[in-house]
Write a protein of this length. Structure first.
Length: 255
């Protein structure tokens, strides 16, 4: 089992001072709330469509602050299977995005049966080619403790937080738990850049956050340049609680 707390740097030479990327975040021009797009936040009503509308508005604006309701419990009562039209919630090409969580929770549907690879739970939140992103003070719950599957079925891309080619990212006081894949997943952009090379993610600060009870990994880094992880907990992978119990879904070996 991994140690409860870790502080480590990625891609920084010894003695390099981190500049505090959050301090360079631009002031967002517009504030959005899920409730303005029809979300209830009562823990039982399906808020998926409201979040689709919310994220569509943010992506069109490009720079915004999303303010979650204090203590609200948002529930995304959908899952993905071939042909059902449901997709992950994806922030794309944002330049100055803050999500103020106010101790709220976003949960995705976990009570499903994975009988083929195309059937999976939603990711929590996905960010593609975004810059100056700050996430703080909320929880993402993946519901894998309720999921069942065919034996030896391959792992899904159902991550709690997924970043593709993002830069200047701050994650603070987050809990990301019970996802079928990784709690935090950081990789290069899927968009080809100069000379067909894909841009690595860059400059991440992750502080005071916990990534627990995820079925594959607490943290997976594919490409990241310059990262600071401080006072974080990456543990209990493959378990559903701190007593070491395993659920019906089990775990995935990284691969």
């Amino acid at each position: 089992m991994m140690p409860d707390r870790r502080r480590f740097l990625i891609g920084a030479a010894a003695g390099t001072a981190f500049l505090g990327w959050a301090s360079r975040t631009q002031a967002a021009a517009i504030k959005f709330t899920p409730e303005a797009f029809g979300a209830s936040g009562d823990g039982t009503t399906d808020d998926y469509d409201a979040f689709v509308r919310l994220i569509g508005a943010v992506n069109r604006e490009g720079q915004a602050t999303v303010v979650l309701g204090p203590g609200r419990r948002y529930f995304l009562d959908r899952h993905i299977h071939a042909g059902n039209g449901i997709e992950d919630l994806v922030f794309s090409d944002c330049d100055g995005l803050t999500i103020e969580g106010n101790r709220s929770r976003i949960s995705v549907k976990g009570d499903l049966y994975r009988n083929r690879a195309s059937v999976r739970s939603l990711s929590g939140l996905v960010f593609r080619n975004c810059r100056l992103v700050t996430l703080r003070h909320f929880e993402l719950a993946g519901g894998v403790e309720q999921t069942t599957r065919v034996s030896a079925l391959t792992e899904p891309p159902s991550h709690g937080l997924a970043f593709h080619g993002c830069s200047d990212v701050t994650i603070d006081n987050m809990i990301v738990r019970h996802f079928a894949a990784d709690g935090l997943y950081i990789r290069e952009s899927r968009r080809p850049g100069a000379a067909s090379m894909r841009q690595a993610s860059r400059q991440f600060e992750v502080r005071n956050s916990r990534f627990l009870f995820n079925a594959r990994q607490a943290l997976s880094i594919i490409q990241l340049r310059d990262g600071l992880f401080e006072n974080c907990d990456f543990s209990y992978t493959g378990y559903i609680d701190a007593d070491g119990r395993t659920g019906p879904y089990g775990s995935h070996s990284p691969g």
